[in-house]
Design a protein around this ligand. Structure first.
Ligand code: AMP
Length: 402
């Protein structure tokens, strides 16, 4: 049973072709710089002898439809035609499902219209996601397609967690509330954590920390998200690569008064020039750690701020759930940075959280624990795999609809 997973962005298309009989990746790739003079396609595939091969091509690709045709041609040229003929379904990552989608949905005209409506809440993402859906329909009209939403997992948040303390009409008129993102990743690592712990997910209280260039925390009780750090947009919450996370809401007005910058400029500043980059000058955590080790004070400050914010959310979500079974670190930083894990959990022994330095400093591609043996709360490092989760949810949704 083969599933194609597509993540269509404004100027890129990422794809993975899965064989769901053993969760193996038959092919994966990305087209970047769509619409620019030189688009780049990177394609990696599994050959019949079991080895992987990759190619990189450069060509002008004007739009997403052309991009899909290119992917199809490259897939055929690399011996994947039969695999594509056997497609059971196509799963699409869709960023915003608003309050309409609490689960993935088989794509039909109604679903497309609803995703279009939600574009007001995610103007950069939803239209690009739709372009992917339309292009895939054109090439595979008979293959069922499923939209898997970044926001859906957090739709279980209770009203007291998702409302902003703003005039209630804003919620009724414009759907202004907290939605949360990275849902597919929080859901995937929660399930993996339960498997690792050998306990039913229904019994577990987890804090999941997705720490990549974008970063968010979630309080997951019994497999359901009851709070998360991102809000109406991904700007709220943790400090990120280039996003500020939580700030005093008056700040944009104050910045405008003092600097004369427009609201657009300030929005760009908060999203693209702030966070780790705003303090240290760069957004890549590896580079920041290397600068800090060479004595760069602002790099050290940015790491300290990043981890302090995470620690505050750990405390808050512990209080929200009343007890805690495990903290789960994931994402490029969460999976790979021992320093960030250590600093985010330091001096939390009073909450039953203590890290074992040896375990924390070792690395593995598999789920593992880095807490001290006798610590009441497990601290897990779990590699995320949003594409595999989308593929699984695509299969489940198609089978449930049959
Ligand atoms: P993601 O968005 O999940 O791909 O994560 C990207 C972030 O992970 C970047 O800030 C990278 O610098 C960071 N990252 C990747 N590997 C490491 C590592 N070994 N140590 C620290 N940060 C890392």
């Amino acid at each position: 049973m083969n599933i194609l997973v597509i993540n269509s962005g404004s100027s890129s298309i990422k794809y993975q072709l899965f064989d769901m009989s053993n969760n193996s990746v038959l092919a994966s790739g990305i087209i970047e710089r769509i619409g620019e003079p030189e688009s780049i396609l990177k394609h990696r595939w599994l050959k019949s002898d079991g080895r992987h091969e990759k190619i990189s091509l450069t060509q002008k690709i004007a739009g997403h439809k052309e991009g899909f045709q290119w992917i199809k041609r490259v897939a055929e040229d690399t011996g994947l035609s039969n695999k594509l003929k056997e497609l059971f379904g196509i799963g699409h990552r869709v960023v915003h499902g608003g309050e309409i989608f609490q689960e993935p949905a088989v794509v039909n005209d109604e679903v497309i219209e609803a995703i279009q409506k939600m574009s007001a809440l995610a103007p950069l993402h939803n239209p690009a996601n739709l372009t992917g859906i339309e292009a895939a329909f054109k090439d595979y009209p008979d293959v069922p397609q499923v939209a898997v939403f970044d926001t859906a997992f957090h739709q279980t948040m209770p009203a007291h967690a998702f409302h902003y303390a703003l005039p209630y009409e804003l919620y009724k008129d414009y759907h202004i509330r907290r939605y949360g993102f990275h849902g597919t990743s929080h859901q995937f690592v929660s399930k993996q954590a339960a498997l690792y712990l050998g306990r039913p997910l229904k019994e577990l209280n987890l804090i999941t920390l997705h720490l990549g260039n974008g970063a968010s925390a979630a309080a997951v009780r019994g497999g359901r998200s009851i709070d998360t750090s991102m809000g109406l947009t991904p700007l709220e919450g943790l400090i990120m690569g280039t996003r500020c996370g939580d700030i005093d809401p008056s700040l944009p007005f104050y910045i405008a008064q003092r600097s004369g910058l427009s609201t657009n400029d300030i929005e760009t500043m908060l999203n693209k020039e702030s966070g780790l980059k705003g303090i240290s000058g760069v957004n890549d955590m590896r580079e920041i750690i290397s600068r800090a080790e060479k004595g760069d004070d602002l790099a050290s400050l940015s790491i300290g701020m990043f981890c302090y914010r995470i620690k505050k959310y750990i405390g808050a979500y512990y209080a929200v759930m009343g007890s805690l079974d495990a903290i789960v670190f994931t994402g490029g930083i969460g999976e790979n940075s021992a320093i960030v894990r250590r600093k985010s959990c330091e001096e939390l022994e009073g909450l039953g959280i203590s890290i074992d330095e040896n375990k924390n400093n070792s690395s593995s591609l598999k789920a593992r624990e880095v807490n001290q043996d006798n610590a009441p709360v497990k601290v897990l490092v779990v590699p995320t795999n949003e594409e595999l989760e989308i593929a699984r949810q695509t299969v489940e949704t198609i089978l449930a609809a049959k």
